[in-house]
Design a protein around this ligand. Structure first.
Ligand code: PAF
Length: 281
């Protein structure tokens, strides 16, 4: 696996590479990331990963400084996963001058996570557009665990007419259902055994909706209350339309997704579950 930190070197290395599939990450790679690399291999000739902890998408109280940075270990994992090139720029490679041009995502990015992390998706969209311009891939893969991020980036790519296919990779989970995340490392042993409750509550909501429950507000409130009774601090539990992440205005809506974000100790965990409610509702 080739590793490049400079933009010109990476561009040089990417000439005549066939169909390039790109997997942007912030490193501290786990099995969920590796599954995205494996998926990438099935969509093209050259798999390019990036590792960059993007300051622009962290708020002042977020975990930018303590975000785990494990480059050597990550390189070993990517190499074993058959990744062809890794772009691992330093801050000065990607932001040699203060970034003054931004991608301003629309309303979809100001709700849910965007409401609780103001500016987050602006930072994500800006760095991803910049990475797309550097790597110029034909396809890019983002995990469905960050469901709203995937939608923001898919919409950006479509609206800016970027010639890049955006692919959603399935969430990888621990045996007890907890979605794999670099932020799980912040959990104490007791919090780690509590953490799968989030997934169980999403499944409970999914089952209720699939079997005909249409009072989404009560389902959301009950789940948030249960989390908070068990020591979480919940930002949101929300049943939304898969198509646009808006609240369903018609209870016969079928393609739904329930999304949640909640803090457990010093870890802010997010998860979601797609619900395809039965045709007989
Ligand atoms: O999902 C992530 O790891 C980051 O938000 C991304 C897409 C690499 C942009 O920094």
């Amino acid at each position: 696996m080739q590793i490049h930190s400079s933009i010109p070197e990476l561009r040089q290395a990417l000439t005549r590479r066939g169909r390039v599939v790109f997997v942007p990450t912030m490193g501290n790679l786990h099995a969920g990331h590796i599954a995205l690399m494996t998926e990438a291999r099935t969509h093209g000739d050259t798999v390019v990963a990036s590792i960059f902890v993007n300051r622009l998408q962290f708020g002042p109280d977020d975990d930018f400084d303590r975000y785990p940075r494990t480059l050597q270990d990550d390189c070993d994992k990517l190499s074993s996963a058959g990744v062809d090139l890794l772009f691992a720029p330093g801050e000065a490679d990607l932001y040699p001058e203060p970034q003054q041009y931004y991608v301003e995502p629309p309303a979809i990015a100001h709700q849910l996570d965007g409401e609780f992390r103001p500016g987050h998706f602006r930072g994500v969209a800006t760095v991803v557009l910049k990475l797309f311009n550097i790597v110029q891939p034909q396809a890019a893969i983002f995990g469905k665990k960050d469901y709203q991020q995937l939608m923001v980036l898919r919409n950006m790519t479509r609206q800016l007419a970027l010639p890049i296919a955006i692919i959603g990779g399935e969430t990888v989970r621990a045996d007890d259902g907890l979605a794999l995340s670099s932020r799980n490392a912040y959990l104490s042993a007791a919090e780690r055994s509590e953490a799968p409750r989030l997934r169980r509550l999403l499944q409970r909501i999914g089952l209720a909706v699939e079997t005909g429950e249409t009072d989404f507000a009560s389902l959301e409130r009950e789940a948030a209350d249960e989390l908070d009774r068990h020591g979480w601090q919940t930002d949101y539990v929300a049943v939304r339309r898969q198509a646009d992440l808006q609240a369903p205005d018609d209870s016969r809506e079928r393609a739904l997704v329930v999304l949640a974000a909640s803090r457990l100790g010093s870890a802010r965990l997010i998860d979601n579950l797609e619900i395809n409610a039965g045709a007989d509702r």
